[in-house]
Design a protein around this ligand. Sequence first.
Ligand code: SF4
Ligand code: FES
Length: 383
Amino acid sequence: MSDVLTPDLRLRAAPSPAPEMAPAEVEIPLGLLAEITHRCPLQCPYCSNPVALERPKAELTTAEWARVFGEAAALGVVQLHISGGEPLVRTDIADIVRAARGAGLYVNLITAAVGLTPEKADALAQAGVEHVQISVQDATSEGCNRITNYKNAFEKKMEAAKLVTDRGLPLTVNAVVHRQNLDHIEEMIVLAEALGAHRLEVAHTQYYGWAYQNRAALMPEPRQVEHATEAVRAARERLKGKLLIDYVVPDYYAKYPKPCMGGWGRQFLAVTPSGTVLPCHAAASIPGLVFDNVREKSLGWIWRRSDAFNRYRGKSWMREPCRTCPRAEEDFGGCRCQALLLTGDASNTDPVCSLSPQHAITRTLADGWSREAVPDFVYRRYQ
Ligand code: SF4
Ligand code: FES
């Protein structure tokens, strides 16, 4: 992961700002993702951190996060997902959780968990954390430690899961799947069951950022996807009422795109470690958008009035085939970041959609690398 990419100046900038929308037309957000740090001891090849990380010195303080949580609650947010990077590297993590609970938010901690000790687990439980999500990268120590590039990651995660369930906290196991671990799907399901998880999230790798760079090693083969889909179907039947399994077909194999973030600026905001507010965690990759910061503007203003949140809100920005498509209010044209990454323009239909004139791009990526079918700018960046 040493070849850090530079921005490609040929990517087309977003269209000029949409006129400000009246607050009445803006929905109430449900969830806030607080990325409290980009620091992390693991090195997963599909990391959702941006390629350029924010520095620890720039991170919001405990008091600043407390203010953001208060503003989020006032805006109508009910769920808070505290994530990173790895949130446990913040020594004030319990204070951050306490502040969020004080603001009345439901608090889900998303963690790699290798730094969870009995003392930290106690402090988090006392602070009021309500749900913990632990990532597990493979069903075996060898696989998990190799993917995370961290010695004993697997063993530490197993201990951490027990620390969580011993304290009566609901546990979700999050398994990001790709070519390197998809053949072990049955074993991962058995592992989640053995850990006492109430939910298993089998999340196919999203091919942005690091994952896109490393996709030659990560993109699953079609037979693996078929096998995993069948394994999940069988497990859902076997474990009905015991373990909830979330699973969706990976983007590149789908007929229609997912409603990314539930629609741009409709349900969700993300705040980066230094306070920049994004409509999705990858939105900063879209050139031409202006992102505001909670150090300068209130969360409410940013949600309702900012350029970034209004640019792809609603339908007026859409082009054909989305503009007149009956599914436009179901999937909102898919993912803006993926449209940008694969077509060079975030206003295009997500090429995952089988109705997109550029759908051949995702077919080609799913079937393997073919120089002819991939635009020049993509080819130059990722070779
Ligand atoms: Fe969704 Fe646009 Fe495809 Fe219609 S054309 S299914 S709105 S992405
Ligand atoms: Fe940004 Fe989908 S990841 S809109």
